[in-house]
Design a protein around this ligand. Structure first.
Ligand code: C5P
Length: 217
């Protein structure tokens, strides 16, 4: 069974997806972490992310392995879960994910990893492109302000100097980039269930999804 959870940055998709995967005993795949890992590698290798650098990025892709298991992202065999969550990598992930060569490789990989499993995937294009026939499709969102505060609360734990206004500006920038890109823009699949979590707790959100799916068997 495939459960697709899409939505904009900071909506809490990955936290919801992880909790849901525990409840249902499904595997979880964080597809955003894959784009983040590639953005991180480009950053380490000082490759600027834009179309004109497609050759360099393509070369990098050909010599890169990405994998996701046990709630961790692996880049060339190394667990980089703790290295890919800051704002710079967020913006660069949003940039690198606009490139067709990158998306094609990641979508293939996501389909392969999910093959013959009970899986929850979260991202931007899971219900529209990666698994258009997913058993359940959710579009989890919240207002920009609520998403900025949630993201701030996550990041302030490791960086006391971050500023809420900057986070809100980054969220708006990423929303704009993710929704306006040519390939696989962020949009609600026609058959997705919209969940606005602006006024919902994490627990309420997870319970709502469990109710819809029908709970663990
Ligand atoms: O979900 P997360 O914020 O970690 O994703 C980082 C970036 O990766 C997003 O802003 C988006 O540009 C990109 N992404 C994507 N398609 C996905 C998952 C993430 O384009 N399925």
């Amino acid at each position: 069974m495939i459960i697709a959870i899409d939505g904009p940055s900071g909506a809490g998709k990955s936290t919801v997806a992880k909790l849901l995967s525990n409840k249902l005993n499904f595997e979880y795949i964080d597809t955003g972490a894959m784009y983040r890992a590639l953005a991180y590698k480009a950053y380490i290798n000082k490759i600027d992310i834009h179309e004109e650098n497609s050759d360099k990025i393509s070369k990098m892709l050909n010599s890169t392995t990405v994998d996701y298991y046990d709630n961790n992202i692996y880049l060339d065999g190394q667990n980089v879960e703790g290295l890919i969550r800051d704002e710079l990598i967020s913006i660069n992930a949003s940039k690198i994910s606009t490139l067709a060569i990158v998306r094609n490789k990641m979508v293939d990989l996501q389909r392969k990893i999910a093959e013959n499993k009970n899986v929850i995937l979260d991202g931007r294009d899971i219900g529209t492109v990666v698994f258009p026939n997913a058993d359940y499709k959710f579009f989890v969102t919240a207002s920009e302000e609520v998403r900025a505060v949630r993201r701030y609360n996550q990041l302030v734990v490791s960086n006391k100097d971050i500023i809420l206004e900057n986070i809100l500006a980054d969220i708006k920038k990423r929303d704009e980039k993710d929704s306006s890109r040519k390939i696989s823009p962020l949009r609600i699949a026609d058959d997705a269930i919209l969940i606005d979590t602006s006024d919902m707790s994490l627990e309420e959100t997870v319970n709502k999804l469990v109710d819809i799916i029908g709970g663990p068997n």
